[in-house]
Design a protein. Structure first.
Lengths: 447, 245
């Protein structure tokens, strides 16, 4: 008969934390027990308290406070299990705990926090907790509106970039709209687009471009977009300057940046540019965008004149037009002589200024105004008596080939651009590829 | 391998690069100097920076009345048109009397109201309570937490504050800590806020002390008895020696 090699003895002694009361409350099992196990086996010991008691911790050959302890039987061992009176109900536990098996245990909340012995629910922890069109911001556990805008070209953190949102007025698909934006933004400087001209072409990395379709954008009877409708599409987007690209035909316009906001709004009519033919539109649509962007981003005023319109208010705040020679000198006097910068008016013989008469009709259809002036004569902000820095520029006639912004406007635009960073982010994309990702953005579709 | 390292670094940096900011998107109607709220919602976007120029002032005020944010702005009513290309497009010239504009303002968990003023005259108030996570009433209520409302909620800040004890907040006030509440928890630590009767741990401690004192007294008695016996024995030997002489 084979003799089993036994290693005696494993002793379990159950001890209460209160020796004085031990004799009064001890049950049979609390007197301890002894058991024998085969040598070199692993033995699992469970400490199960009676009702009203809680397991505190192990002693002897076991340590810790987990209810289960495993011991290797390489020799006889003594194990001590300490018990104590436990809680009877939640009230005996702290606010963030509950009484479970006579023990106060922390309350684990899936979507909330523990208070008054129960979970208090957050507004949201997941998108499914929010309404349609909303996502859950987990930093505040609040439902926030989901961005409607898609990425066209993102160069970095919107906090340090100028975010331009293109709204596709009348556009039904992103593929067509994106292709159009490739020409208008013109990263490679091939199409007279935004990045064909200084100072934008030297600061490409300071812009993020977003796009959103607006197939049902509202218009007035004359074809102009309803200005207020813009918010319906962009209110959830990162945005500094908003540019509505319309298929409708209307005279393109823009609004200065709301001070405090980094940019304003521009309404660019492709139909307007196409009046003289599609080839013309293809060549000059980018310049039209630049003219309006000069208003909305740079706060630049128009450098043409328009009979009977009257000077704009607050001319003293714009950098490219002046009401007097002194004001003009203060604004761009230091640049006189640089690329023909001077003080140009539409009024002859004003001391210190140069009279400029447009050599051709700016808009042949209209002809000269009743006072004999042309839109392209000297002057600015609709008045011939005002003083502007160059004979022509993108801010005068956006369709006049061969002219750029000119030194005064370029300096102002550059000053604005200094507020942004060229710092590249990991998610840098080129002009053509729209990006999804970042969690809350739409992933690019195929249509 | 090099690409993999770049990718890993990129992924590691991504959340920092695109740290989303929470903002209020506030859309306001303008009608002949009268302002009204058109829409307000929370969005993940960078807020507009504060600006000191502009005839209108926006203020975000907390429940306590503190000024959280202030910026100025103008409402632009004059569109700037491009040079026309034809007679039909040359006609546009208008100054708006009605419009709407939007402000992207920074989110504050304790913001109560947005005020829009012109020359210190209040034009519009917008209630932000429904977006707030902290009503600053010195009570940790609603969905407030130590992270969203540290002024009202202190439980979880790792400090056993004056208004806390083990029963209210065990994460800050530990059993056995002086917090003006006897928690009676049998954890081997005698709570200094308890009478000996109330905390099992104190009883255990006092019982042990009793044994200790009894033991010391017993040892002392034994030592005295041994010493006395030795002295007695020594005296007896002296007497014997004296008798022999």
């Amino acid at each position: 008969m084979k003799k089993i090699n036994k290693i005696p003895i494993l002793a379990i002694i159950l001890v209460f934390a209160l020796p004085v009361d031990f004799a009064d409350t001890a049950s049979e099992s609390q007197e301890g027990c002894t058991a024998e196990y085969e040598a070199n086996k692993e033995v699992e010991i469970n400490a199960i308290p009676e009702e009203g008691w809680m397991f505190l911790k192990w002693g002897g050959a076991c340590e810790g406070n987990e209810q289960t302890c495993k011991v290797a039987m390489d020799k006889s061992k003594t194990i001590k299990a300490e018990f104590a009176p436990g809680c009877k109900d939640d009230a005996e536990c702290s606010s963030d705990k509950k009484c479970e098996s006579s023990r106060c245990v922390p309350i684990q909340c899936e979507c909330g926090y523990a208070q008054n012995h129960q979970c208090q629910k957050y507004e949201c922890c997941d998108k499914s907790d929010c309404s349609a069109g909303e996502i859950c911001d987990k930093s505040a556990n609040k439902c926030v509106s989901e961005s409607a805008c898609r990425e066209f070209s993102i160069k970095g953190d919107p906090a340090i970039k100028h975010d331009v949102v293109f709204v596709g007025d009348g556009f039904n698909d992103y593929k067509t709209f994106r292709q159009l934006l490739v020409y208008l933004v013109d990263y490679d400087g091939k199409y007279n687009g935004m990045f064909s001209f200084s100072p934008f072409k030297e600061n490409k990395d300071k812009f993020n471009f977003w796009m959103v379709l607006a197939p049902d954008y509202q218009h007035w009877d004359d074809g102009e977009p309803v200005n207020e409708d813009i918010e319906r599409f962009v209110k959830t987007c990162e945005r500094d300057t908003v540019v509505v690209i319309s298929r409708n035909t209307y005279r393109a316009y823009a609004f200065f940046p709301i001070s405090g906001n980094k940019g304003g709004a521009a309404y660019v009519s492709l139909g307007f540019a196409a009046i003289r033919g599609t080839d013309y539109a293809a060549e000059y649509a980018g310049r039209l965008l630049l003219h309006e962007f000069g208003h909305a981003f740079g706060g630049l005023t128009d450098e043409y004149i328009e009979y009977g319109k009257g000077t704009r208010k607050n001319i003293e705040t714009v950098p490219n037009c002046a009401l007097s020679l002194d004001e003009a000198k203060a604004k761009w006097g230091d640049l006189v002589g640089v690329r023909e910068v001077d003080f140009y008016t539409g009024i002859p013989n004003v001391p210190g200024t140069k009279y400029f008469k447009n050599p051709y009709l700016s808009v042949p259809e209209i002809g000269l105004f009743p006072d004999g002036t042309d839109m392209g004569d000297g002057g600015c902000s609709y008045e011939p008596k005002n003083i502007r820095p160059t004979t022509s520029s993108i801010m005068k006639n956006q369709f006049e080939p061969g002219y750029d912004f000119g030194p005064v406007n370029e300096r102002e635009l550059q000053r604005k651009l200094e507020e942004y960073s060229s710092e590249q982010s990991a998610q840098d994309t080129n002009a053509v590829v729209a990006q999804g990702g970042r969690g809350r953005r739409f992933v690019e579709d195929t249509g | 391998m090099k690409k993999l390292i770049v990718l890993l670094i990129t992924l590691a940096l991504l959340p920092q690069v695109f740290a989303d900011t929470l903002s209020y998107s506030v859309i306001i109607n303008y009608d002949n100097e009268t302002l009204s709220l058109k829409d307000i919602l929370l969005i993940k976007a960078s807020p507009m920076p504060a600006d000191k120029t502009g005839e209108y002032t926006t203020r975000i005020v907390s429940f306590k009345g503190d000024l959280l944010f202030e910026t100025n702005f103008n409402i632009n009513l004059d569109p700037l048109y491009s040079m026309p290309l034809s007679k039909e497009t040359a006609t546009s010239s208008k100054r708006l009397t009605k419009t709407s504009f939007d402000l992207v303002l920074p989110y504050y968990s304790n913001a109560k109201i947005i005020k829009i003023l012109k020359e210190n005259k209040l034009l519009l108030e917008i209630d932000l309570s429904r977006f707030s996570a902290c009503n600053e009433n010195h009570v940790c209520d609603g969905a407030e937490s130590v992270s969203s409302c540290p002024g009202d909620c202190t439980c979880g800040n790792n400090i056993c504050d004056a208004n806390e004890n083990y029963m209210k907040c065990s994460s800050d006030c530990h059993s056995g800590q002086k917090d003006n509440v006897c928690d009676k928890i049998a954890d081997g630590i005698c709570d200094p806020d308890c009478n000996n009767k109330d905390d099992y741990d104190c009883k255990a401690t006092s019982g042990s002390k009793l044994f200790l004192y009894a033991g010391v007294i017993a040892i002392a008695i034994v030592l005295i008895l041994i010493l006395a016996k030795k002295i007695k024995k020594s005296n007896r030997n002296k007497n014997k020696a004296a008798f022999k002489m």
